[in-house]
Design a binder for this molecule. Structure first.
Ligand code: CP
Length: 309
């Protein structure tokens, strides 16, 4: 399978066979991701990380992934320190990154920004999150985590909880889980339900998601509980946010009714939707999930830049 030069904009651009291939390669990357082994397959290559929106995990894990493979990184974490402040367009910024590097990672608040960026770059463009749109590399690391922890992706009962309207990670993940035939239950405040087009995508793949209002009931026989933060920064007005803030919380009392092998995932950052007391339980896998960003992104960088293990 050849991914050299391929843009990674949406998980929908990949077949199930291609996703399986990436996840298998990511597993091979594990000893390189934690520093146990080293091979500089991307020596001499440069990655641009262009973050027009804040990030901790996505930016740092991409940069770690590139460094772990012997490559170098240029970029910015705050567009106000760039010529965007002087009015430069996204297209021209992308043209510059294309001239200076071999692959471009871009996060932007505008849905469709990564797809637009790909039109202005010859180098592969990787979408690191575009507004409330898609976050394909998060999706791949989420699938990798489910596969590692549960030994399968399909045949799991997965509950997606929280801000399903603005949370881009759950848009990509719902589609991908449906591709694998997982059972999906959506739990959210009424105003933050999963967009209809994502529900339709799942149905087209043969999966009919169940919308449930009771988190207690949903969690009872779930294999995976995927929690998301309410995306305050995407609300058009503060009043809408104030109506839903604090409307759900995962704590040990809730989990006392769950299966012993339930895993709790979260793309992070969390605010108050998971009580820190959950961190010490065997259910919590969200920090491992965040680490998995490194092997998965190493696999992707290696594949799109053509530097194989
Ligand atoms: N999960 C995720 O995208 O985290 P960051 O916003 O910190 O990159």
């Amino acid at each position: 399978m050849n991914f050299e030069g391929k843009d990674i904009i949406s998980i929908k651009d990949f077949s199930k066979r291609e996703i399986d291939y990436i996840l298998k390669y990511a597993k091979e990357m594990l000893p390189y991701a934690d520093g146990e082994k080293f091979k500089d397959v991307l020596k001499g290559r440069i990655l641009s990380t262009l973050f027009f929106e804040p990030s901790t995990r996505t930016r740092l894990s991409f940069e770690s992934a590139m460094n772990r493979l012997g490559g170098r990184v240029i970029g910015f974490a705050d567009p106000m320190g760039t010529s965007q402040k002087k009015g430069e367009s996204l297209a021209d910024t992308i043209r510059m990154a294309d001239a200076y590097s071999d692959a471009i990672v871009v996060r932007h608040s505008r849905e469709g920004a990564a797809r637009l960026a790909a039109e202005f770059a010859d180098a592969p463009v990787i979408n690191a999150g575009d507004g409330a749109g898609r976050h394909p590399t998060q999706c791949l690391l989420d699938l990798f985590t489910i596969l590692t922890e549960k030994k399968r992706i399909g045949k799991n009962k997965v509950v997606l909880l929280g801000d399903l309207k603005y949370g881009r990670t759950v848009h990509s993940l719902a589609y991908a889980l449906a591709l694998y035939g997982a059972e999906l239950t959506f739990v959210s405040p009424t105003s933050l339900r999963m967009p209809k087009e994502v529900v339709e995508e799942c149905k087209e793949l043969g999966v009919e998601p169940v919308q449930m209002s009771s988190l207690e009931k949903a969690v009872r026989d779930a294999d995976v509980l995927y929690v998301t933060r309410i995306q305050k920064e995407r609300f058009p007005d503060a009043e809408e946010y104030n109506r839903v803030v604090g409307s759900y919380r995962v704590d040990n009392e809730l989990l006392s009714n769950a299966r012993e092998d339930l895993i709790v995932m979260h793309p992070l950052p969390r605010v108050s939707e998971i009580d820190p007391e959950v961190d010490k339980t065997s259910h919590a896998v969200y920090f491992k999930q965040a680490f998995n960003g490194v092997p998965v992104r190493m696999a992707l960088l290696s594949l799109v830049m053509g530097g194989r293990l």
